[in-house]
Design a protein around this ligand. Structure first.
Ligand SMILES: NC(=O)c1ccc[n+]([C@@H]2O[C@H](COP(=O)([O-])OP(=O)(O)OC[C@H]3O[C@@H](n4cnc5c(N)ncnc54)[C@H](OP(=O)(O)O)[C@@H]3O)[C@@H](O)[C@H]2O)c1
Length: 212
């Protein structure tokens, strides 16, 4: 049985990924700030705030007591704030950078020793060049940074695969955090989960744009 680490398993996309993995025979180690919301859908669940190094390390330490290794790493957490630079306070800026960029670093750093030599790592980005819109500076900067992080990681981890999934709009609670109207054709999160697993099965690396 293969094992996946899913960081952010209680989010819209994270939950869809977790459910798909379980129905296709995977063992899922799920991490969330609110593991009680997983309702027992993961094989193992651990609480962690991905912005906090000690919290991430503690969760991974406990996970390593329950599994030997993991074949798949998926970071599905993220956050967004809408404010012009002149109005955004530093705590809000930091929260968005933490959820979208520092979290990927902290969870990757902690997870690498537990990953198989040919493991595949997925990060959920966005089509970052389309995000350079007023009031989205923190989110756009974090997602652009995530792409640079992943590209560099891929060069360091030559035997492993690294993919940045870049969805268009997805129908999740993420949209409740902004005043932007969710597009009527927003993709269901299970479509994103399916495309991630297709990419895993085909060994697709680099950018995976999902716009339809
Ligand atoms: N939805 C879209 O249209 C869309 C489009 C392109 C890209 N994306 C990206 O897809 C990813 C998943 O988004 P989603 O649509 O599934 O959003 P979501 O339903 O709002 O889920 C986001 C999850 O991230 C978790 N999270 C945020 N900060 C965290 C932290 N510091 N520590 C632990 N967990 C944290 C949240 O935890 P809590 O439940 O505890 O708050 C939540 O479960 C994000 O990176 C987002 O940028 C989404």
């Amino acid at each position: 049985m293969k094992t996946a680490l899913v960081w952010g398993a209680t989010g819209g996309i994270g939950r869809a990924v977790t459910e798909l993995l379980l129905t296709t025979g995977w063992q899922v180690v799920a991490f969330s700030r609110q593991p009680q919301h997983l309702d027992g859908i993961a094989t193992f669940s651990f609480e962690a705030n991905f912005a906090n190094p000690a919290s991430v390390d503690h969760a991974l330490y406990n996970a390593a007591l329950t599994i030997d290794e993991a074949d798949l790493f998926i970071y599905t957490a993220g956050d967004i704030a809408q404010a012009k630079v002149e109005n955004m306070d530093s705590a809000e800026w930091q929260r968005i950078i933490d959820a979208n960029l520092t979290g990927p670093y902290l969870t990757t750093h902690a997870s690498l020793p537990l990953l198989t030599p040919d493991a595949h790592l997925f990060f959920i980005g966005a089509i970052s060049e389309r995000l350079q819109l007023p009031s989205l500076s923190s989110y756009a900067a974090a997602k652009a940074g995530l792409e640079a992080f992943a590209a560099t990681l891929a060069k360091e981890q030559r035997k492993r695969k690294v993919t940045v999934v870049r969805p268009g709009a997805v129908d999740t609670p993420f949209w409740d955090k902004v005043t932007l109207r969710k597009p009527a054709d927003a993709a269901p999160p299970d479509r994103i989960a399916q495309r991630i697993m297709t990419a895993y099965n085909q060994g697709t690396t680099g950018h995976l744009d999902i716009t339809h």
